[in-house]
Design a protein around this ligand. Structure first.
Ligand SMILES: Nc1ncnc2c1ncn2[C@@H]1O[C@H](COP(=O)(O)OP(=O)(O)OP(=O)(O)O)[C@@H](O)[C@H]1O
Ligand SMILES: [Mg+2]
Length: 257
């Protein structure tokens, strides 16, 4: 399979490779749709490593990651969870939205993220040493949690960290054409619309236009949906439910494409 396309914005490829070699966990910070997941997929391919991704939500517990006993016929058998599998077989384990997870998840990964590199399976009373290729990567969206779910310094300081942001206009247009084959002039117009909306900080949006939304709009345009409609449904409507703001942004974008 081909390596998933990822346009490197800075030195993140080197940082990932070195963190992998040095067995240091990596934290990816940044808003939604800025390429964090794509970057991890790209690196897993490049390093010829397996990749196991878990998206955390409020209910995600250490049991979900480590494993549980299940009833099979007349017996109970142990089933490794995704983290235990990655620790044993040396995959990259990507814990998406780590701040959403329950505190016991953070506790469970602590011994994996320092010099010990081991996982304690409390239900079995066993400790598993991590495979030498095992790597923990986590993502965190600082803006969106709005201070509610911060990561504690004792957790943050176990990671090497990289910040992700919206790429500069030229690169973002490049990403749109590579991802969807739309003409460069259309890609540039989409990026101009995004830049304009990103600068309208007075709208108070929780999250503004991401590269992901632009890629979606570009895909719709590429398959023949009229450009303005594509921008309305892929870029503007997902941003907010405030009817006045939606209308104002539609009027604005119509003038630009
Ligand atoms: N640097 C990049 N190179 C290639 N594609 C990119 C890049 N940045 C963003 N994209 C595009 O944006 C889309 C969304 O990126 P991705 O899913 O990796 O975001 P994310 O940061 O993981 O978001 P979330 O926090 O919501 O999980 C990708 O599918 C890809 O099309
Ligand atoms: Mg992601």
């Amino acid at each position: 399979m081909n390596v998933p396309y990822y346009y490197a914005i800075d030195k993140e490829l080197d940082v990932f490779e070195h963190a992998h070699t040095c067995k240091i966990p990596l934290l990816l910070k940044g808003p939604t749709g800025t390429g964090k997941s794509r970057f991890v997929e790209h690196m897993a391919h490049k390093l010829k490593s397996g990749l196991i991704t878990i998206s955390c939500h409020e209910e995600t517990s250490s049991t979900d990651l480590i494993g549980r006993f299940i009833i099979k016929g007349a017996e109970t058998v142990w089933l490794d969870g995704p983290l235990t599998t990655a620790v044993k077989n040396g995959s990259i384990f990507y814990l998406d939205e780590i701040a959403e997870a329950r505190p016991d998840v953070i506790v469970a990964i602590h011994s994996l993220t320092d010099h010990r590199r081991e996982l304690f399976i409390d239900k079995l009373g066993e400790t598993v040493k991590a495979h030498e290729n095992f790597m923990l990567v986590a993502s965190f969206n600082p803006g969106y949690q709005r201070g509610f779910k911060e990561l504690k310094p004792s957790t943050r300081q176990r990671f090497v960290a990289l910040s992700f942001a919206y790429p500069e206009a030229k690169i973002e247009a490049e990403i749109l054409t590579s991802e969807t084959n739309i003409p460069m002039d259309v890609a540039k117009k989409l990026v101009n619309i995004a830049t304009k909306i990103r600068n309208l900080t007075e709208l108070g949006l929780t999250e503004t236009v991401s590269t992901r939304l632009l890629v979606d709009a570009a895909k719709l345009i590429h398959t023949g949906l009229p450009k303005r409609l594509a921008v309305h449904v892929a870029v503007i409507e997902p941003l907010t439910d405030d009817l006045e703001v939606v209308q104002a942004l539609k009027d604005l974008s119509d003038l630009m494409i």
